[in-house]
Design a protein around this ligand. Structure first.
Ligand SMILES: [Zn+2]
Length: 432
């Protein structure tokens, strides 16, 4: 462990030695969302570069480890796009990430395809829809336009196309009226047909054909790591409080587009590192032991936190509370707490601390939702909540514009103070 840290300290020596507070957070977010981390996904081992960087910070703070180093390794399969991702419609090239995106389960594909449109009456008129379905779509791409469709049953039928491809087409295109939102959730499987989302303004009036050059690589065994460190408690070291955040993001969609993930979740990662930095100072040594959990694999389906909760390297029964932090780069409208309606006392205390100190506009309550890394621990019986910030000052999500230069960190300092006071307030409350 010590040898391991000396190597790291040598590498990262005094990188941030003069930075403080928001400057520290900003430097971490800048670093994690920079192109050299490749969007902290699966191409160029971006997630593992981030894991090593976080472990280096843990070393600097002299955090303790439950293992030889700070890592917990596990594996999962993932479809990746390390090479070309190009699309040309009616001879006009589209801009990757902005005008089109490719489904994470798509195969390698390099060909020109005829386009067929599925829209309007061909969807709403059952007879015409039946006739359209019965046609032979092999070798073609079907372009689905949901504009004007309000029937929920029809909409879910169209959405299911993505997973069932019941038209047996070579591929599908969904026309999007919103800014594109990418995901790698479907990437644990590789399919034999492609699905694309294309912005409406990038589609021609009469779409005739689409040329695709997409290189995908299915990695059967991607080796990922969670990063886990702790500070021993002064009074009750056998009881644990946990701060967690996922550091992975979507990575690359081809060699020209990467997803910086500044808000999602370099912001939460920086806060967990900042808290580790704070509690590692002897003057702030906590009453209970404080664990800092940084997860990989969240974007692929909470894989890192699920592995950690199912293969715990510290006794989950001794965890008094876990607070997960995911997307805290805004805050002009306060924060929301997921599981607030389950852990009512914790929520009330959070609200009171916030009001007493006038930190944030609001601490809103939300019920159970398995939407971030608190969930696998909650399922194991650990008292766990999740907070995220709210505010219209920054709305980029799962797109190439979720970058540090645009992220305001409006209430970062007050969110930090609130969660710190909240955990400090656990002191002496010996009932779980
Ligand atoms: Zn995300």
């Amino acid at each position: 462990m010590i040898k391991y840290c000396i190597l790291f300290l040598f590498l990262v020596q005094s990188m941030y030695s003069h930075s403080q507070d928001i400057a520290y957070a900003r430097s971490i977010i800048d670093t994690l969302s920079s192109p050299s981390f490749d969007g902290r996904g699966y191409v160029n081992d971006g997630d593992n570069k981030a894991a090593s960087f976080i472990a280096g910070e843990f070393c600097k703070f002299r955090l303790k480890s439950f293992s030889r180093d700070y890592f917990q390794a596990y594996t999962f399969p993932m479809n990746t796009f390390p090479g070309k991702v190009e699309a040309t419609i009616n001879g006009k090239p589209l801009k990757a990430g902005e005008q089109f995106q490719v489904w994470s389960a798509a195969p390698t594909i390099n060909s020109l395809f005829k386009l067929e449109e599925l829209k309007g009456k061909n969807i709403t008129d059952p007879k015409r829809f039946k006739r359209f379905v019965a046609r032979n779509h092999a070798g073609k791409f079907v372009m689905v336009d949901k504009k004007g469709i309000t029937d929920k049953h029809l909409l879910s039928r169209l959405d299911s196309l993505k997973y069932t491809n019941f038209l047996n087409a070579s591929g599908l295109i969904f026309i999007s009226d919103q800014k594109l939102v990418w995901s790698v959730m479907a990437g644990q499987q590789a399919r034999n047909y492609a699905v694309l989302d294309i912005r409406r303004e990038a589609t021609p009036k009469k779409p005739r054909n689409i040329a695709l050059d997409i290189q995908s690589s299915f990695v059967r065994v991607h080796e990922a790591r969670n990063v886990i460190g702790y500070v021993s408690g002064k009074v009750q070291p056998d009881t644990f409080l946990v701060f967690s955040a996922h550091f992975d993001h979507l990575g690359r969609m081809g060699n020209t587009v990467y997803y910086p993930g500044a808000n999602d979740n370099a912001s939460g990662t920086s806060m967990v590192l900042d808290l580790a930095r704070y509690y590692s100072q002897p003057v702030n040594q906590p009453y209970y032991s404080m664990i800092f959990l940084c997860f990989s694999g969240e974007e692929a389906g909470l894989l890192g936190s699920t592995y950690c909760a199912e293969h715990p390297i510290f006794p989950l029964k001794q965890v008094k509370f876990l607070l997960n932090i995911d997307m805290v780069g805004t805050g002009s409208e306060g924060i929301t707490m997921v599981n607030a309606t389950i852990f009512k006392d914790a929520y009330r205390r959070m609200v009171k601390i916030n009001a007493d100190n006038e930190y944030l506009m609001a601490v809103k309550e939300r019920g159970e939702s398995c939407n971030s890394d608190h969930c696998p621990f909650y399922k194991q019986g650990v008292p766990a909540a999740f907070i995220y910030s709210m505010g219209k000052e920054f709305t980029e999500y799962h797109n190439p514009d979720d970058k540090s230069s645009l992220l305001p960190l409006s209430e970062y300092k007050d969110i930090f103070r609130l969660v710190r006071d909240f955990m400090d307030g656990m002191k002496g409350q010996d009932k779980r």
